[in-house]
Ligand binder design. Structure first.
Ligand SMILES: NC(=O)C1=CN([C@@H]2O[C@H](COP(=O)(O)OP(=O)(O)OC[C@H]3O[C@@H](n4cnc5c(N)ncnc54)[C@H](OP(=O)(O)O)[C@@H]3O)[C@@H](O)[C@H]2O)C=CC1
Ligand SMILES: O=C(CO)[C@H](O)[C@H](O)COP(=O)(O)O
Length: 485
């Protein structure tokens, strides 16, 4: 059995506090890669059980108090905090900081809001400490075997952390799924958008399942098989793969499909909502992510749902579809909507980066998402290629590869959205993605009328198509136009 006795020799390359599911596995991953790691948890039992169970996987330095923990790490120290996001992270930072020395690096690897990261970095900089907001994706399994890691912060901090991070991250084609995302809160911002895309991806998968079952008449086990087949093609991804597993699972108690015994109210911890809030501030239409987030909210409004079902009934209209054709159409709609969700997410990263001078490389983000993270997918290789071909791509949708893919699937996409509307199956992510696509490609939008209305009721002015300037019509007067430029 490993020695769980605390030590105060400063021999650890790195320290990690917060040994719940993520921190525990990240610590094991770091130790397995040959780095000596000091481990700590507020409740000591989690630390001792880690070292007792897995102490032989590497060189752990067990510590019971934060003082011992800090003393066990070589200077300048690198300390990873992996605790509950929000107030608990602040509580740990507040306890840690008085124990640190100038040039030490504090890494917050939780799902922090990037505004918190900005605030924390500024506070620590006043004490000559480096603060790194670092997104980690991959869940419990990824943390152990190779996550995708998105560190922000200074170049100096990245250079200190690089050997550990590149050794523990997932690898695709020999490239580690980590890079220096950018200064400040860039890492946590990119992780937030990653999670937003995760929400959209899962909602699209859920809508596909609903349509295949409700309209296509397939049973969960059959839909599982469909997803397995899709996972052999251009939709290959972690989420499609685990969808097949979840749909194939039957409940041990009842023998019913697992999806039929789970309450249909999706929860959320906040990263999807933050993505939408930030997108609104940046003026980036992330419609797929927003609809996915609202769809979770609707699912949770059980009282309203019951009242509406009682008022209107839950009956669906019947349409006859050819099963195989419909499966293919749903696949095409899923792929096209997924392109939209990623296009919107990358637009948001670009806008956030410009707003904050982070200089985030979009191709690098696609590269580090190819492995380890929840949205890892074959598809990301195409996104890497798209940005390699043209770094200033106005939208992923206009990259020749994706444009062809969307053109090929367009008829099916429209058919699926129309069928869903006719039957009464809600497909907010499919429908909003199609609407976004149509809005983007439209030569003229009805926004001209909105401008006219704004000018009419509030003298908000408008621009003209035929000449430069700012104009106002005297709506309550003689309807003449003033040039207010
Ligand atoms: N779970 C996942 O799949 C993913 C999680 N994340 C993020 O990683 C972080 C850790 O997640 P997870 O492993 O799920 O654990 P939790 O988010 O459930 O956090 C539990 C950990 O936080 C510690 N903690 C809570 N409050 C305090 C406090 N006031 N002071 C000190 N420590 C405190 C707990 O200590 P104690 O044992 O003493 O209670 C425990 O170590 C979170 O920020 C999460 O958002 C990121 C990617 C994926
Ligand atoms: O960060 C993650 C993966 O990348 C988490 O799994 C994510 O926080 C889950 O979010 P939610 O509970 O809101 O669905």
């Amino acid at each position: 059995m490993a020695d769980t006795t605390s030590t105060t020799d400063a021999r650890a390359t790195i320290g990690l506090t917060g040994l719940a599911v993520m921190g525990r596995n990240l610590a094991r991953n770091i130790a397995r890669q040959g780095h000596t790691i000091a481990v700590h948890n507020r409740t000591t039992e989690k630390m001792t059980s880690l070292v007792e169970q897995f102490g032989d996987e590497g060189d752990f330095v067990p510590t019971e108090t934060l003082e011992e923990f800090v003393a066990a790490i070589e200077r300048p120290r690198a300390i990873v905090i992996m605790v509950k996001a929000g107030a608990p992270t602040d509580a740990v930072i507040d306890e840690l900081v008085p124990l640190l020395d100038p040039d030490d690096i504090v890494v917050d690897a939780g799902n922090a809001h990037y505004d918190d990261t900005v605030r924390r970095e500024a506070a620590l900089a006043e004490k000559d400490l480096h603060f790194v907001g670092m997104g980690v994706s991959g869940g419990e399994e990824g943390a152990l075997n190779g996550p995708s890691i998105m560190p922000g912060g200074s170049e100096h901090a990245w250079e200190r952390l690089r050997p550990v991070l590149t050794s523990i991250a997932a690898e695709v084609d020999g490239t580690p799924c980590t890079t220096h995302v950018g200064p400040g809160a860039a890492g946590h911002f990119v992780k937030m958008v990653h999670n937003g895309i995760e929400y959209a991806d899962m909602q699209l998968i859920a809508e596909s399942y609903d349509l295949l079952r409700t309209v296509g008449g397939l049973e969960p086990a059959e839909i599982s098989q469909v997803f397995r087949e899709w996972n052999d093609g251009d939709l290959e991804s972690f989420l499609i793969d685990i969808t097949a597993d979840v749909l194939a699972h039957t409940d041990g108690d009842t023998g019913a499909p697992f999806v039929d015994v789970v309450r249909d109210a999706a929860e959320q911890k906040g990263t999807g909502r933050w993505t939408v809030q930030s997108a609104l501030d940046l003026g980036v239409p992330v419609t797929g992510i927003a609809e996915a987030t609202f769809a979770r909210s609707i699912s949770g409004h059980t009282e309203q749902r019951a009242a509406a079902a009682q008022t209107f009934g839950s009956d669906l209209a019947r349409v006859e579809v050819d099963r195989d054709t419909f499966v293919d159409q749903v696949r095409a709609a899923l792929y096209a909507s997924k392109v939209v969700a990623y296009a919107q997410g990358f637009d948001q990263i670009k806008a956030g980066s410009e707003e904050n001078d982070w200089d985030v490389d979009l191709g690098d983000m696609a590269t580090i998402w190819r492995g380890g993270c929840i949205i890892r997918a074959q598809f990301l290789n195409r996104i890497v290629d798209a940005y390699a071909e043209r770094a200033d791509l106005p939208s992923l949708l206009v990259d020749p590869y994706f444009a062809d893919a969307v053109r090929d699937g367009l008829e099916a996409w429209r058919e699926v959205v129309a069928t869903a509307a006719r039957v009464g199956v809600p497909t907010p992510a499919f429908a909003s993605s199609l609407a976004y696509f149509d809005a983007l490609r439209r030569d003229r939008l009805p926004a001209a009328l909105i401008q006219g209305l704004r000018d009419n009721f509030g003298a908000h002015t408008y621009g003209r198509t035929d000449r430069e300037g700012t104009f106002h019509t005297l709506w309550a007067g003689d309807l003449s136009e003033e040039d207010q430029s």
